[in-house]
Design a protein around this ligand. Structure first.
Ligand code: GUN
Length: 291
């Protein structure tokens, strides 16, 4: 029997509808419209497309967006100056600097320049540091990891004591997901390119989060029957039958793993839509906190 397919698109849509409702309510109360500033440095096509989607999603829920673009040749000082101007702008509640930054720019320096109250991506070192510490709470949590936890909770109300395995240790997904799982009282194993016997480790997982960027790496015989599998990967594989000549697949071999897993997210339509929904939610929260 195949497992539950977790419908990330529908869950994200419900969240977006709630953000739209609360945004309209704020405006009805005479508060300033929530606003998100997007900062795109350089001309990475994937980043351009992500930023475009984020601005479109803002418009759909009634959040203002302010797009800023700098050339790949922008200096560290120029990027940080823009961020500081946005920190001081009362119409801007959230600042999103699209990553990765062009080579030569110091990512940590740019992220550190963002006011933590406007850090709706949750990547400021103070917010990440608080995420990693007991008894401290970040003001914002990174969007994709927050989306992963939200999806997990739709099928596993409590993660307490669960064996959770995270494949990947990136700053954007793997590491913050692992930290969030620890905060949920799961027992967490982080695997990466140097890990030995990946299939053996993954077989122990009650909850598996795959975020390595390797097409269909996780096979059915890696997965414990009944495990919950969240696939963060978005990989292009050649497919001459598709109009674009490729199709998108996750890090998990979906068709075979869904026969073993208790629940699984598809690609596309799983984690992807949650990232933007969480960004909108964080921006609304930043606006509410600003009064
Ligand atoms: N690049 C890939 N994912 C993200 C994200 O969630 N936020 C930002 N700012 N950049 C990214």
């Amino acid at each position: 029997m195949s497992g539950t397919i977790i419908d990330g698109a529908a869950i994200a849509q419900a969240l977006r509808a709630e953000v739209a409702r609360e945004t309209a309510e704020l405006i009805r109360q005479g508060k300033t419209q929530p606003g998100l500033a997007t900062v795109l440095v350089g001309d990475n096509p994937a980043s351009q497309s992500y930023v475009k989607s984020k601005k479109k999603a803002c418009a759909e829920v009634g959040i203002a967006s302010f797009g800023y673009e700098l050339p790949a040749t922008a200096s560290q000082a120029e990027v940080e100056k823009l961020v500081k101007e946005l920190n001081a702008d009362p119409h801007v509640n959230g600042i999103l600097v699209q990553l990765p930054l062009p080579r030569g720019l110091d990512e940590e320096g740019v992220l550190s320049a963002i006011s933590i109250e406007k850090d709706v991506d949750g990547f400021h070192p103070v917010n990440i540091g608080r995420l990693a510490q007991k008894g401290r709470d970040p003001l914002f949590v990174p969007c994709t990891p927050a989306g992963v936890i939200h999806l997990l909770k739709t099928v596993v109300p409590s993660l307490e004591g669960a064996n959770a395995v995270v494949l990947g240790r990136s700053n954007i997904v793997g590491m913050p997901v692992a930290l969030l799982l620890v905060r949920e009282n799961a027992t967490v194993t982080i695997c990466h390119s140097r890990s030995k016997d990946l299939p053996g480790i993954v077989r122990g997982a009650d909850v598996l989060v795959a975020a390595v960027g390797r097409a269909e790496m996780v096979r059915a015989d890696w997965v414990k029957p009944g495990a919950v599998v969240v696939d963060v990967g978005i990989n292009r594989v050649d497919d001459a039958t598709r109009p674009k000549g490729y199709r998108l697949v996750g890090d998990v071999a979906f068709e075979e793993v869904k026969e073993v897993a208790g629940a699984i997210t598809p690609v596309p339509g799983g984690v992807g839509p949650m990232t933007i929904a969480m960004l909108l939610n964080n921006t609304l929260r930043a606006a509410k906190a600003a009064g």
